[in-house]
Design a protein around this ligand. Structure first.
Ligand code: NAP
Length: 281
């Protein structure tokens, strides 16, 4: 029978570690604080922000939200980032994306202080992730995947892992992290010739394409571990990239959608903010 790899216990374990670290920091007069920059009133952004605020306040860490209008100028956005960079009470900065078209996101990425880059947005943090031996700051979603694999004791060394998706926020950094953990990694994308072969060949299959049900029975093999990063809406319901019915028939274990990877990302955000508060103090 397929085991469900639920995100909630993983998030709870990360939060508990953060609670202990936050208490230790409080003894030194430091409260980890995340600054969230939100442009406009997008429903998804507000919901992510609410989850983050709840996660932080549960361990007595702080958040402050800066809401910018949809027609915010480049100057205004840059000034806010510069002021957060120099604000010693702020240890992490999260910018909810995508940003509106008048904003040059590349310039924003270069401006954010790498020491406070809680979602690994700037090039220096991404470069360090790729070049350094350890995994330091990383984008929250791929790091959430790694936390799930570790929490459930899924061995990576020597395993064949296929990642479907190569975006700079999910697929690519995830592939880097998996390679660092001694997995043999295949990365698939829209130009991959034989998706079903690349997927079914893997011990662990991670879907991050953003296409509902793209991973069907032909892609899944007996006893596989499936991690579904996708968040899609079909017939008014949230679903992942992996066909759930096909997964149940063949896989050894799989993350649900919702309740899998998405349930872990804000606790990773908390972890990175607490860690950067420890380093910056
Ligand atoms: P993205 O930037 O659109 O990238 C999608 C990637 O999937 C691209 O590399 C694309 O290939 C590949 N792809 C798309 N269709 C494919 C197909 N038919 N066959 C093979 N590869 C295909 O998306 P993203 O930002 O990485 O996000 C991916 C998914 O994760 C989305 O559903 C998003 O909502 C979800 N997500 C979830 C969380 C969470 O907390 N669970 C957080 C962030 C994102 P090309 O490079 O060739 O175009």
């Amino acid at each position: 029978m397929m085991i469900e790899l639920r995100g909630a216990p993983v998030a709870a374990a990360i939060s508990e570690k953060c609670r202990i670290k936050t208490e230790q920091l409080a003894a030194k007069g430091i409260t980890p604080k995340l600054a969230i920059i939100r442009v406009g009133e997008k429903k998804d952004d507000i919901s992510y922000e609410k989850n983050a605020v709840k996660r932080f306040s549960a361990v007595n860490a702080e958040t402050e939200t800066h809401i910018l209008s949809e027609d915010v100028s480049q100057n205004e956005a840059e000034e806010l980032i510069l002021s957060l960079n120099s604000d010693r009470s702020v240890h992490g900065i999260l910018i909810l994306r995508p940003l509106p078209p008048q904003i040059n996101e590349e310039r924003i990425k270069r401006l954010i202080d790498p020491a406070k880059d809680a979602d690994c947005m700037c090039y220096e943090t991404l470069g360090e992730l790729t070049a350094s031996r350890d995994i330091g700051m990383a984008p929250c979603t791929p790091l959430a995947v790694m936390e799930i694999l570790d929490h459930y004791g899924i061995e990576l060394t020597g395993k064949k892992v296929t990642v479907v998706g190569r975006s700079s926020v999910v697929g690519l950094p995830l592939a880097v992290m998996l390679i660092k953990r001694n997995a043999t990694v295949t990365v698939c994308h829209t130009k991959t010739l034989d998706l079903s072969r690349e997927c079914s060949d893997a011990d662990i299959l991670i879907a991050a394409a953003g296409r509902a049900g793209i991973i069907g029975a032909d892609c899944i093999s007996e006893g596989q571990i499936l991690i579904d990063v996708g968040i899609n809406f079909k017939d008014g319901k949230i679903c992942g990239d992996i066909d759930h019915d096909a997964a149940v028939l063949k896989a050894a274990a799989a993350t649900p959608v919702p309740g899998g990877v998405g349930a872990v990302t804000t606790s990773v955000l908390l972890k990175q903010t607490v860690d950067s508060a420890s380093k910056l103090c």
